[in-house]
Write a protein that binds this ligand. Structure first.
Ligand SMILES: [Zn+2]
Length: 296
């Protein structure tokens, strides 16, 4: 059952052409070692084909492959969801709701809700891990200033970008967190959220990063000299430029409220960049593993 995914469009179409095919795939993810009743732990069931429900043979509790997952109580066909996952997985720039709605023939609001769920699931997944080892950290502004304003860019979002490095100083994992301001309180909060204690955080000399040394982190502030600018936090700044390009392509002037979810999507992809062919399957794993979004 566990196949090397993903596949060409044609293969995908064949593999997941019916509700049953999709449900079987999810069932395999949910019950890797065979069905287990969530109420009584009994392991045999009846399958009620007409309603796509699994009924425990011992206690008669009925469940579905989507109950309690990201797709909890969805009214959309599983085939539509699988298409959305496929499209999201295969588009390097992210699939804004508009193109999902066009490609899948969905109402725009429906497509928007699907994208929000998918991004929330990605965020849940990324929140499972903290960065460790050497972590480059910096803050940046994202998004376009609101039109017609006095040019102060009140809609720009501020965020901390943290990138862990391997022993050869190559980028490993990325996390991004929106902050209210570049204050030491916010930097401390975000560092605790994103980075394992004891890790070495490398930042510029900004005073808001100074308290990190007293917060259980090693801290290496680098003073910014013009001639060092190229070298200093180089890969971090390359990543920041890529995020800005991604945000510009997908984040058409929405408020800062939603920008965190775009960051989560960017990180989910970035952290799986060496295995892009697995993103579709990973998304389905996350979909089964995470709870409903929004939370009931
Ligand atoms: Zn049972």
């Amino acid at each position: 059952m566990a196949k090397a995914l993903p596949m060409s469009l044609l293969q995908f179409q064949k593999e997941f052409s019916t509700e049953e095919h999709c449900a079987n795939y999810l069932a395999h993810k949910r019950w890797k070692n065979g069905f287990v009743c969530s109420k009584c732990k009994h392991d045999t069931y009846y399958y009620i084909q007409t309603r796509q429900l699994y009924e425990c043979q011992a206690c008669h509790y009925q469940t579905s492959v989507t109950a309690g997952t990201l797709l909890h109580k969805t009214k959309l066909p599983l085939t539509t969801w699988f298409w959305a996952f496929y499209l999201v997985a295969h588009d390097k720039r992210g699939k804004p709701a508009l193109s999902l709605s066009q490609i899948l023939g969905l109402n725009y609001r429906t497509a928007q809700r699907m994208m929000r769920k998918i991004r929330a699931a990605m965020a849940d997944r990324e929140d499972q891990y903290k960065l460790s080892g050497t972590v480059d950290m910096d803050d940046a502004y994202f998004g376009a200033p609101r039109k017609g304003k006095d040019g102060r860019g009140t809609d720009k979002a501020k965020a901390v970008i943290a990138l862990s490095k391997d022993k050869k100083n190559r980028p490993q994992y990325l996390r991004i967190q929106v902050i209210k301001s570049v204050s030491s309180e916010e930097i401390k909060r975000v560092a605790h959220k994103l980075v394992e204690p004891g890790s070495l955080i490398v930042s510029d000399g900004h005073s808001s990063y100074k308290p990190l040394a007293k917060e259980g982190f090693q801290h290496e502030p680098k003073v910014y000299y013009k001639e060092d600018e190229e070298k200093f936090l180089k890969s971090l700044h390359t990543v920041i430029s890529n995020i800005k390009a991604f945000i510009q392509g997908t984040f058409h002037g929405l408020g800062a409220k939603y920008i965190q979810s775009y960051f989560d999507e960017f990180c989910f992809r970035f952290n799986r960049r060496f295995d892009p062919n697995q993103i579709f399957d990973r998304l389905l794993n996350v979909c089964e593993w995470t709870g409903p979004h929004p939370q009931p």
